[in-house]
Design a binder for this molecule. Sequence first.
Ligand code: NAP
Ligand code: NAG
Ligand code: NAG
Ligand code: NAG
Ligand code: NAG
Length: 345
Amino acid sequence: MSVTAVARAALCAALLTTAALAGVLTSGSVPKAPYLELNDGHRLPQLGLGTWLGNSSQGRIKPQGHEVQQAAEWAIAAGYRHIDTARVYGTEPQVGAAIREAVRRGDVKREDLFVTTKLWNDRHAREAVVPALRESLAALGLDYVDLYLVHWPIGQFANGSYDPTDHLSTWRGMEEARRLGLARSIGLSNFNQSQIEGILAGCEVKPAVLQVEMNLNLQQESLRAYCSSRGIVLTAYTPFGSLLKGGAGAGAGATRVDDPTLVEMAGRYNKTVPQIVLRYLMELGVAAIPKTITKQRVEQNIDIFDFHLTAADRAALRGFDAGLRTIAGGRWADSPQYPFERSEE
Ligand SMILES: NC(=O)c1ccc[n+]([C@@H]2O[C@H](COP(=O)([O-])OP(=O)(O)OC[C@H]3O[C@@H](n4cnc5c(N)ncnc54)[C@H](OP(=O)(O)O)[C@@H]3O)[C@@H](O)[C@H]2O)c1
Ligand SMILES: *[C@@H]1O[C@H](CO)[C@@H](O)[C@H](O)[C@H]1NC(C)=O
Ligand SMILES: *[C@@H]1O[C@H](CO)[C@@H](O)[C@H](O)[C@H]1NC(C)=O
Ligand SMILES: *[C@@H]1O[C@H](CO)[C@@H](O)[C@H](O)[C@H]1NC(C)=O
Ligand SMILES: *[C@@H]1O[C@H](CO)[C@@H](O)[C@H](O)[C@H]1NC(C)=O
């Protein structure tokens, strides 16, 4: 090796070290999940962080301290670019604080993130939609969200009686929110196929996303096929279903995390059972928004893009579909807009 070559090699090594160091220092800015293309030209990071804290016997659980902000900051550092919240979760302020902190630290820019929030049932009147979104934006401290969803197809007045506002009127309000630039994309949650059909028949802007429960026990085969035929991306909420203790709903008879087939499968990939089920959802082409406020789980849940399931394992996972719903919204079963089979109650 000539002197110049040695010098060049040394310079090269120094540059590599600098690059490696920079890689470590800015590792929080590397997005980990692939993107799904939406029908309006935007793109949705396939894995996101859920922020609903669930229910206790006293009702909706409120955040303790800064636990949601902390989880969202860990998530962004771990490579998440998609965060799911809703007006009704009470977590918008903490999600917003986490975003401001991550932007301040230089981990990400606002436009690198995909933030979803949702319109609650008491704001279905067309003229109530934009003001409701403005309240969410104020809570988040943002000028726009990436996705605004109609949370449920069930309208309800503040006094609890049902608001019969038709879905298309609500949707006109959603379209206006998009026109004003307050939401880049708009979509639906918990709507069934015929309800979506009703929106498609009269809308100016098609829903970009449908967010519904989807997990091993509820694989949504027909709704998935329908959405894909209409160019609507499906996002799986409650992606663990009743797999985990502490997960939403008891789900009697549902597959549990200690199922021997799942444990054996996870072992073969050197992954955990939650990682296997998230990977399965990714391979079905849907987005998923697992919730956790535990740092190691935040990191674990996005560490699923370095392996592929075999066709045999995908087939075995498909076999766990039991049509078992965890989130049935049963308290609204008497609404004429209730979207699910009433026999499930
Ligand atoms: N559109 C809608 O109507 C709707 C309805 C329900 C949910 N969602 C959205 O979907 C998100 C996810 O659904 P979800 O919160 O119902 O349930 P989920 O994400 O399926 O499960 C959350 C539970 O799993 C635990 N967990 C997470 N990762 C884990 C891991 N790797 N190992 C072991 N346990 C793990 C969490 O515990 P810890 O937090 O204690 O770690 C928490 O108890 C919600 O947060 C919300 O954003 C939307
Ligand atoms: C959550 O709590 C509310 C208020 O107590 C209750 O009406 C609702 O049925 C609960 N939802 C679920 C999914 O358990
Ligand atoms: C509930 O509120 C709606 C809208 O304000 C009103 O029309 C309705 O009469 C109220 N129902 C009851 C039972 O108070
Ligand atoms: C298995 O996974 C763990 C956790 O990700 C990792 O630390 C370990 O090196 C892996 N083992 C093998 C044999 O790949
Ligand atoms: C969809 O929701 C409507 C209420 O708007 C209901 O009448 C219909 O039965 C639902 N469809 C299914 C398949 O549950």
